[in-house]
Design a binder for this molecule. Structure first.
Ligand code: ATP
Ligand code: MG
Length: 321
């Protein structure tokens, strides 16, 4: 596992160190908040204490999702696991240097507080380059960058030659992640794992998907990230936002039964957790896997098998890598 986040000189080490996961991509609408919601709930359901931070104080989608969850608890009288949540506001100061100092202070104080009582901290960042977003990246143990399955989104990582499919240069966002890796190493000698996950995969355009897989593998080697198969396009990943629920809550919140698509969605979330390769998490996953596999397998017997787009990507990666 990475080094603790607060081991730098000049900072008091908190009693407990949390593992920090930042959802980041300067491109809007790529699935940062959706992935963040599912990560938070699955970590909670695995029994971890989770802190969450919304540094997208304009949109506040993650905060609204969690507020919806709280309302569902009150209205339905159900007990749902909740993270300890904070919103970091932008600084009101006009002078850039003052504003940056103020925001760094707000961020590190909140992080220190959450880190002292939680196992994980999940941070949702905005789809634009802000000082707070850069700061959060520099404190990450893992950065997860969801990208939609198109060359428009790959362009956020690097410029690719349309004729030869060769990578011309890394993008501004990739350079920013590298810059924050350096900042992190300078501050506490720690390292940042960078994971790019494909999102909203569909079964329809198999040729495009394979093409993107090929370029993504090349990019992962050149830019230095690990490629996760990611999430398919599924209604279940978005339909329960207003209730503040996820597919991981379905059985418990009494909001219906599991379909094949739900089981596949849960598997995709679990695959992402495994992909993180965090020892503390792997141990817990191993303990729970027998039980959840049994439940899901029983359900599978009752419904026709659904081909998941992310499984198809996994197969392509295995063949192309
Ligand atoms: N795997 C998926 N299947 C179906 N819908 C999805 C999936 N992932 C994301 N969405 C939908 O795509 C839209 C954008 O997702 P989301 O808000 O998570 O992106 P974001 O990166 O947080 O956006 P922003 O940069 O604006 O904060 C939302 O309507 C969300 O419900
Ligand atoms: Mg968002």
């Amino acid at each position: 596992m990475n080094q603790p986040i607060f081991s730098s000189s000049g900072m008091t080490a908190p009693a407990k160190k949390a593992y920090v996961i930042v959802l980041g991509n300067e491109k809007g609408g790529s699935g940062k908040t959706t992935t963040g919601m599912h990560l938070i709930i699955s970590l909670l359901r695995l029994g971890f204490n989770v802190g969450s931070m919304d540094i997208d104080s304009r949109q506040r989608s993650l905060s609204r999702y969690l507020e919806n969850r709280r309302q569902t608890m009150l209205k339905e009288g159900v007990d749902l696991p909740q993270p300890q949540h904070v919103i970091i506001q932008r600084s009101p100061f006009n002078i850039v240097q003052d504003a940056e100092e103020d925001e760094r202070d707000r961020f590190t104080k909140a992080l220190e507080k959450l880190a002292s009582v939680n196992d994980f901290i999940v941070i949702d960042s905005p789809g634009s380059d802000t000082f707070l977003s850069r700061t959060a990246h520099a404190y990450a143990d893992t950065v997860i960058t969801p990208i939609n399955d198109s060359f428009v989104d790959l362009d956020v990582l690097a410029t690719v030659d349309g004729q030869t499919m060769k990578i011309i240069r890394p993008s501004i966002y990739s350079e920013m992640v590298w810059e924050q890796k350096l900042q992190r190493a300078k501050r506490d000698g720690g390292s940042i794992e960078w994971i790019v996950m494909r999102n909203r995969l569909s079964n329809i355009d198999a040729k495009n998907k394979r093409f993107i897989t090929q370029v993504s593998i090349e990019l992962s080697r050149r830019i230095g990230f690990r490629l996760a198969p990611g999430f398919s396009e599924r209604v279940i990943f978005r339909e329960m936002f207003l209730q503040g629920l996820t597919v991981l809550d379905i059985m418990e919140a009494g909001s219906g039964s599991l379909s094949m698509s739900h089981i596949a969605a849960r598997q995709e979330v679990r695959d992402l957790l495994k992909m993180l390769q965090i020892p503390l998490l792997d141990e817990r996953l191993a303990k729970t896997s027998a039980e959840s596999t049994k439940i899901d397998a029983e359900k599978e017997d009752e419904a026709p098998v659904a081909v998941t787009a992310s499984v198809a990507v996994k197969q392509d990666v295995a063949e192309l890598a």
